[in-house]
Design a protein around this ligand. Structure first.
Ligand SMILES: [Zn+2]
Length: 437
């Protein structure tokens, strides 16, 4: 029986059950030993020590697991089905949306299989994929998408190697990128994303590594352009996430009121202090940088490889500074697709971001918080009530077969994820792995 069939069987009567765990990691706060969680339909109705509550719920179906924790969040994905690393990383994004969608269907399955019950998509086909997942046509996480990435002409999300009319034509046919220059166009482009169903707005605050001609250190949108986009998004209760490597773009984005800094490669002490003061969140995406370092040599052109190495070095220092200064972190990998057969450039290993955060100085418990409770914060007022094992929260949680507080690397290996529940429905168990669906 598939998870979807199981779901349709259980929708007719209240779905109430109990899970006991040797260890429960709540997402925020202290772990509980010998814990119990009660779920009714899509919500968590009780969390606590098993001894206190089991007697009241003796009639409920029970499952015992080793370690229970919230379903993880990847706060920076691109569901676009890109299959290779390139100096102009967006160049494949103009492939047919049908091909992208077909490739991405498997990526969605890999995410859920690896324990990721939610993703924030920072440009891609997530809005359409979310519709297919929510109606039951596809298996995957809950997706909160920005729709397009918004860039100034010549900026990080302009495809410099394409003739402009080709670029415009690809955008008109669904490629998830948009260009805007000047205040009126910036207002209009934000409204266009809202019209498409965006839950968050993604802009380019600086140049990039995977874009041919720009410099990661340079600021892109002007202070004024960023400010009006933040204000326009806020009127619709959306926040902005800004792609920012260089410090000028980071500072301008923070002063404009941007909620999340993506990458943050040149954060120094002053920038980290401003992030803390503004309550901004860093989505560092160390994973894609490590992938670039592993696979980029000889594939990227000399300028792209040079940018990759320089940015990677600065980024590692910046991440350590941000952690030391107490900047709020949320995990995000920036993976744009899965190369068949690759164990490096693929969805399903997204949990490795936690390992990188730990290596840069974050405690394992805080790294798990970055991958669970902090995920929804990156959506501001659009945040769903999930990411924590807490009464009244969505029943999105996973079980793992070893204690991740002793070895975070297990969260990067789907084999260790024994169970996945999303909105109270069991999608994966040892008897019924998702990959058999
Ligand atoms: Zn990205």
């Amino acid at each position: 029986m598939t998870a979807l069939q199981l779901q349709s069987q259980t929708t007719s009567k209240p779905n109430e059950f109990c899970i006991t765990a040797d260890l429960l990691i709540p997402g925020r706060g202290k772990p509980i030993h010998n814990a119990c969680i009660i779920v009714k339909d899509t919500k968590i109705t009780h969390v606590g020590p098993a001894d206190d509550v089991l007697a009241h719920y003796s009639e409920l179906p029970k499952t015992h697991v080793k370690v229970l924790m919230p379903g993880m969040w990847d706060c920076h994905v691109h569901l676009v089905g890109i299959h290779k690393i390139a100096s102009d990383a967006f160049v494949q994004a103009h492939q047919s949306p049908v091909l992208s969608g077909a490739r991405t269907a498997r990526d969605c399955m890999l995410l859920l299989n690896a324990g990721f019950t939610s993703v924030r998509e920072m440009a891609g086909y997530g809005i359409q994929l979310a519709e297919a997942i929510d109606e039951g046509s596809l298996v995957g996480p809950s997706i909160y998408s920005s729709n397009c990435i918004i860039s100034p002409t010549g900026g990080h999300a302009d495809i410099h190697t394409l003739h402009r009319p080709w670029f415009d034509d690809a955008c008109a046919h669904g490629m998830p990128m948009a260009l805007a220059d000047g205040v009126p166009e910036c207002l209009k482009v934000v409204r266009s994303q809202l019209r498409a169903g965006a839950k968050v707005i993604k802009i380019c605050g600086s140049g990039g590594v995977g874009s041919e001609l720009d410099n990661p250190i340079d600021q892109q949108f002007s202070d004024e352009e960023m400010k009006v986009m933040v204000e326009e998004a806020a009127r619709a209760r959306r926040v902005i996430g800004a792609h920012c490597h260089g410090k000028p773009g980071i500072m301008a984005a923070l002063h404009a009121g941007v909620k999340t800094i993506e990458h943050g490669s040149y954060i120094d002490e002053e920038a980290a202090d401003l992030m803390v003061e503004k309550g901004a969140i860093l989505v560092a995406t160390r994973t894609i940088i490590e992938i670039g370092l592993k696979l980029g040599k000889g594939i990227l052109n000399p300028r792209g490889w040079e940018k990759m190495q320089t940015t990677a070095k600065a980024h590692w220092e910046a991440l350590q500074i941000a952690i030391k200064k107490g900047v709020t972190l949320a995990t995000g990998c920036d993976i744009p697709g899965s190369i068949p057969g690759s164990s490096i450039f693929t969805y399903g290993v997204n949990g490795q971001e936690l390992h990188w955060l730990e290596k840069a100085g974050l405690s394992p418990l805080k790294a798990i918080e970055a991958a669970t409770a902090n995920g929804p914060l990156t959506l501001g007022p659009q945040a769903p009530k999930t990411g924590q094992l807490k009464e009244g929260f969505d029943a999105d949680f996973i079980a793992v077969d070893e204690n991740p507080l002793e070895d975070l690397k297990i969260l990067a290996d789907a084999e260790h994820v024994t169970h996945v529940w999303k909105l109270g429905t069991l999608y994966k168990s040892p008897r019924r792995p998702i990959s058999s669906l």
